[in-house]
Design a protein around this ligand. Structure first.
Ligand SMILES: Nc1ncnc2c1ncn2[C@@H]1O[C@H](COP(=O)(O)OP(=O)(O)OP(=O)(O)O)[C@@H](O)[C@H]1O
Ligand SMILES: [Mg+2]
Length: 163
């Protein structure tokens, strides 16, 4: 019997219900899923520190036995090899995600032909949810409580109050 370990990489700044939906779907089909936070993202200054993001994901996925949380730097293929993971999990929300995800999957295949990328689609109600949009709406006073876990709502409030 061989077991399949997959890495779900992202910035998760912050974790949304779309990410959680994907984590639940991924965890059902692989033996172990590692949610991996990219430490040096090219994106603008993150709202949450890496350790705040680790904590939010760890707390929220506590009930799911085969999910763990890690952080990484550098090439995803190197991290996968180091973790003994055969697959990468990525989400496709809309056509707009496809082009970028396709390029990344092909580049990762070029760098490591043994590594497979698995694409999954979230529940329809999360197809428009992104961390960037959540932060933007929250900062303008919009209600995001049905789109992120309760802990994330709490942390968003604390972040904004602490400014
Ligand atoms: N609502 C969602 N449904 C399905 N997949 C998603 C969803 N949000 C993000 N993903 C996927 O999760 C992975 C990690 O994404 P990422 O950390 O960039 O989240 P994001 O919400 O797109 O954040 P940002 O807005 O900062 O780009 C990507 O494969 C992305 O397509
Ligand atoms: Mg994104």
């Amino acid at each position: 019997m061989h077991t399949v370990k997959a890495i779900y990489p992202g910035t998760f700044d912050p974790l949304t219900n779309g990410h959680l939906d994907l984590i639940a779907r991924g965890a059902k089909i692989v033996d172990h899923l590692v949610v991996a936070i990219l430490r040096n993202s090219e994106k603008d200054t993150p709202l949450f520190t890496v350790s705040e993001r680790v904590e939010m994901i760890t707390e929220t996925t506590r009930g799911v036995g085969n999910v763990s949380v890690a952080t990484f730097d550098g090439l995803l293929v190197d991290f996968c090899r180091q973790q003994g993971a055969k697959a990468v999990l990525r989400g496709i929300r809309a056509i707009s995600d496809y082009e970028y995800e396709f390029q990344m999957a092909m580049m990762n295949r070029k760098l490591d032909p043994e590594l497979e990328t698995l694409f999954m689609m979230p529940a329809e109600k999360y197809t428009y949810v992104s961390s960037r949009l959540i932060k933007g709406v929250f900062e303008l006073g919009g209600d995001v409580s049905s789109l992120v876990p309760p802990l994330v709502v709490e942390r968003l409030k604390a972040k904004v109050a602490g400014r």
